[in-house]
Design a binder for this molecule. Structure first.
Ligand code: AMP
Length: 282
């Protein structure tokens, strides 16, 4: 596995593969790899001749009071895990190489970025869309793989790729969970043992909500109220940021649970802000 940090060298390597008729699949990440990331890399493996993984803690998607400087970083471990997962190229740019001091071009998908996580993280999805556009334009991959854990991010990227005619297939990968149901996240490392013991309640609540819907509950407002009570009882150290039911594609609020509906939640637990989601009626 080759490690490249210079964007122009990365672009050249991807181009030389293309010129030899070799296709590429890209997996954008911020590192601190866990099984969720490694599943994305394994998902990418059969999609193309070469797999590239980018590892970039993108400053543009962190708010001023967020965890940019504290975000876990371990390049040696990440490189070993990426190699073991069959990655051909690890792209590890420095922030200064991705953003010139006078960088002035932004990609924004405001209709999809406004709600859910966008409400408490203004500018976050503009940072995500911009960096993903830059990575896709550097690599020009045939496919790029993203996790459904960040459902809103995936929706933003799909819309951006469609609107800008970027010639790439966007693949979503199902949420990878710990044995107790907690969605894997690099930020789970922030949890104290006490918080970690409570954290599985987040996904237990989603499964409980889906059971309520299967039993006939059809009003999103009632579902959200019941789930808030569930979290008050079972996730007492947590502070709910949002509990929302939205259309899976438009992310617009949904009131009637008998159609397509995604239940999405975000909870502050200690230093971590945890997100999770579940389709309600599949
Ligand atoms: P991150 O490094 O957190 O920016 O995540 C990089 C990619 O991995 C994104 O597409 C995430 O959606 C995806 N990802 C992170 N955690 C999980 C998980 N538990 N299951 C599936 N995909 C994940």
């Amino acid at each position: 596995m080759e490690i490249i940090s210079d964007p122009t060298t990365f672009q050249e390597r991807c181009r030389s593969w293309r010129e030899k008729g070799q296709s590429l699949a890209l997996v954008p990440t911020m590192g601190a790899f866990h099984q969720g990331h490694l599943s994305l890399m394994r998902h990418a493996r059969p999609l193309a001749d070469k797999v590239a993984v980018s590892l970039f803690v993108n400053p543009a998607q962190f708010g001023p009071r967020e965890d940019l400087s504290a975000y876990p970083r371990d390049l040696d471990r990440d490189a070993r895990l990426a190699r073991e997962a069959g990655t051909d190229l690890l792209f590890t740019p420095a922030a200064g190489a991705m953003y010139a001091p006078d960088h002035a071009t932004w990609v924004d998908v405001p209709d999809l970025a406004r709600g859910l996580c966008g409400r408490s993280r203004p500018g976050h999805f503009r940072g995500v869309a911009t960096v993903v556009a830059k990575l896709l334009l550097l690599a020009l991959p045939r496919a790029a793989v993203f996790g459904e854990k960040d459902w809103q991010q995936l929706a933003v990227i799909r819309r951006m790729v469609r609107d800008l005619h970027i010639p790439v297939r966007i693949e979503g990968h199902a949420i990878v969970r710990e044995a107790d149901g907690l969605a894997m996240s690099s930020r789970n490392a922030y949890l104290t043992p006490e918080e970690r013991a409570m954290a599985p309640a987040l996904s237990q609540g989603l499964r409980q909500a889906r059971a309520w819907v299967r039993e006939g509950l059809s009003e999103a407002r009632v579902l959200a109220e019941r789930l808030a009570l569930f979290y008050a009882g079972n996730l007492a150290l947590g502070r709910v940021d949002y509990i929302e039911v939205v259309d899976p594609a438009s992310l617009e609020p949904v009131e009637d649970l008998r159609g397509p509906a995604l239940l999405a939640v975000a909870v502050h637990l200690g230093r971590a802000r945890l997100i999770d989601n579940m389709l309600l009626n599949v």
